[in-house]
Design a protein around this ligand. Structure first.
Ligand code: HEM
Length: 365
């Protein structure tokens, strides 16, 4: 025991002299989490991070068998599901964790919005978060096509058509994404490159910035808690909060295992570009509120095509979301203000209602 301790002590000091472990330890010990009635929301970012790591590890495993071409993609996944040991499980976890990650990401975003954690000096933490949201949606959009099945093929056709309708840059962006005028094997190869190289590289960089800023500024206090005289106390991050985080992660893993085992990811029929689109083409649930909104718009608004007005609207909506820390001047000055709380609630209600309509009122148009 004694010898083991000194050996580990020796390894520690060897590493410390070379990489500065003691500094890292000091940093970890310094981190404290305020305890108050909204502390539960501090777990959501860590949960999203955990699910992102599940995506990276299962994604690497999928890469061992996946082949990114129109001729082989579908067959390689069929082989993975039927022949490779636990292949179906890895694919199902990748698919479920993607959905769960986007869900926790939205909950994290809205909790941060309603608790006004974007106040100075955390504006850049917010900006990097909105960037991560964009990347997560990009992961979802590009990953959906990779099995090269019928549903994904036609959903991508619709999705890239919408991209193509964006004023000015649309036609170029649409062709760049598709690798031509149609969704073909070239699109699949591009989406694959974006999904496994470009987005992961961008996500790691942006996530690094996000986590560095969280570490630098510490956890924010909601204005309401601040006005009531501050938190009840402070909890050390290591080990108290981290252990609680880990309980959450293990629970998420258990939920993932149950979902993947009982509702494994489906594959459907192989894409056939020569067939017409089957009924009920739907995007992933997190695009549904936008998809449904576009359906409800009249064909022309003030002489402009309704769909284009909708797309411009979503673009401006995204810009508005990004700029909230700059636009909410009252909160930045430390004055109480309800406007952005109501805007946040309105966005949540709008997203829920239109997603619901997307699944229930699909025959309207
Ligand atoms: C892949 C996506 C993301 C990951 C992995 C992530 C991770 C984290 C983590 C671990 C924290 C510290 C714990 C916590 O407050 O929950 C955090 C804090 C924060 N995040 Fe995120 N985040 C992501 C996306 C976002 C998004 C979409 C936004 C908003 C647009 C955002 C804004 C913030 C802000 C403002 C804080 C500081 C909270 C505070 O100080 O109280 N993040 N994030």
């Amino acid at each position: 025991m004694e010898a083991g301790e000194t050996r580990s002590g020796r390894i520690w000091s060897w590493l410390d002299r070379r990489v500065g472990l003691a500094d890292l330890e000091k940093l970890a010990r310094k981190k404290e989490i305020p305890v108050h009635r909204h502390s539960i929301w501090y777990y959501l970012g860590g949960m999203t991070l955990f699910l992102f790591l599940v995506q990276v590890s299962t994604g690497i495993l999928l890469l061992l068998y996946y082949r990114p071409s129109a001729e082989e993609a579908y067959e390689s996944i069929q082989f993975l599901m039927a022949e490779v040991q636990f292949g179906w499980l890895v694919r199902s976890i990748h698919s479920w964790a993607a959905n769960l990650m986007i869900f926790t990401l939205f909950v994290h975003l809205f909790s941060v919005l309603l608790l006004k954690a974007y106040r100075p000096p955390r504006e850049i933490t917010w900006f990097s978060g909105v960037g991560l949201l964009g990347l997560a949606m990009g992961f979802g959009f590009t990953g959906y096509l990779l099995p090269w099945n019928e549903l994904a093929y036609f959903a991508t056709k619709v999705g890239t058509e919408i991209t193509g309708a964006v004023p000015l840059i649309g036609p170029f962006a649409g062709r760049l994404l598709r690798g031509g005028d149609e969704v073909t094997g070239a699109t699949l190869t591009r989406f694959y490159g974006i999904h496994v190289a470009i987005l992961p590289a961008a996500a790691v960089a942006l996530l690094g910035l996000h986590l560095y800023l969280v570490q630098r500024h510490g956890m924010s206090l909601p204005p309401g808690v601040e006005r009531q005289g501050g938190p009840r106390g402070l909890m050390p991050f290591v080990p108290n909060f981290l252990l609680r985080d880990i309980v959450g992660w293990l629970s998420a893993l258990a939920i993932l295992a149950v979902l993947a085992a009982y509702l494994p990811a489906e594959l459907g029929k192989k894409a056939d570009p020569f067939l017409s689109a089957p009924a009920g083409i739907k995007p992933e649930w997190y695009f549904m509120f936008m998809f449904q909104t576009l359906k409800y718009l009249p064909s022309h608004i003030l002489g402009i095509e309704g769909e284009i007005v909708g797309i411009i609207g979503f673009g401006l909506g995204g810009l508005f979301l990004l700029l909230i820390p700059v636009l909410d001047r009252r909160t930045a000055r430390g004055e109480p203000g309800r406007l952005f709380t109501w805007i946040g609630i309105a966005i949540i209600v709008y997203m829920i209602v239109f997603t619901y309509l997307g699944y229930t009122a699909s025959a309207t148009k």
